[in-house]
Design a protein around this ligand. Structure first.
Ligand SMILES: [Zn+2]
Length: 263
């Protein structure tokens, strides 16, 4: 009943010309609104490669035979100690990108990593997609992860790697403004150990493409990481024999561009 009155009276109020004019005006308003929304979405997904002269680090140009292995998602009560033992055997240093939640559970393992001469980077509190949560939540998580690492080791991390390697401009700016250097990995140096392709396959993927200044992505947490431990032994054995030295990110960056850390 209400609907029928509405539809009958409306044409009586406005002439056909007026309706057309209103439609045109609405179109003029809607168009900029749509453009504005598109710009907002693009800004949200905008990926920039640098902020205030600092680039996202994926590789370091160096003439020295140096490689930075990195281990994400730990520390882990089963696999971190095994990885530390293999690294020690080959006198290799590495960088662990830890999760705050795991640091809270296993602070002694982070202490062991630092005590053995390795470096700690931050990977977030939980393994979540940071571009899918508000920035304030990410910064809150970073702060509490930093506090846990400082409490466990007395060391404040300076490197950050977002989970899955996903970031946007807003995240990059916020993290870099907090003093972090954002580090991902060299393009062909993700052997996808987390898909368990076999220890020999993981090792082959790294050994086959490895070169000076490469940053390799491996994992010491997330399922059964036995394949990673076995692959690590093979990677270190073969590449050490080829003259490569395995160093922390800081050592790798210092070797780059004539000894200066690139900015
Ligand atoms: Zn991860």
């Amino acid at each position: 009943m209400y609907n029928s009155i509405y539809t009958i009276t409306l044409p009586c109020i406005l002439s056909a010309g007026e309706v057309l004019m209103i439609r045109k005006r609405l179109a003029l308003l809607i168009l900029p609104a749509i453009v504005f929304l598109i710009v907002l979405v693009i800004k949200e997904w905008e990926v920039i490669e640098s902020y205030e002269g600092q680039a996202v680090i994926r590789h370091v140009t160096t003439s020295e035979k140096l490689i930075a292995l990195t281990f994400d998602d730990g520390p882990d009560p089963l696999y971190t100690a095994r990885i530390l033992a293999v690294l020690d055997k080959y006198n290799a240093r590495t960088t662990f990108f830890v999760l705050g939640l795991n640091v809270r559970q296993y602070p002694h393992l982070v202490r062991q990593e630092i005590a053995a001469g390795h470096e700690i980077g931050l990977h977030g509190y939980r393994h979540v997609l940071l571009t899918g949560q508000p920035l304030y939540a990410t910064l809150r998580d970073l702060k509490r992860s930093e506090e846990l690492i400082v409490k466990a080791t007395g060391y404040r991390p300076v490197y950050f790697r977002p989970p899955f390697g996903f970031y946007n401009a807003a995240l990059l700016r916020a993290v870099m403004a907090r003093g972090y250097r954002v580090v991902l990995w060299t393009a062909d140096m993700d052997p996808r150990d987390y898909t368990d392709p076999g220890a020999r396959e993981i090792a082959w993927r790294v050994i086959n493409g490895a070169g000076n200044g490469d940053i390799v992505l491996l994992h010491d947490h997330g399922g059964n990481r036995t394949q990673t431990v076995l692959a690590l032994e093979e990677i270190l054995r073969v590449l050490t024999a080829r003259g490569y030295k395995f160093v922390t990110l800081t050592e790798l960056l210092e070797s780059g561009q004539g000894g200066k850390i690139p900015t």
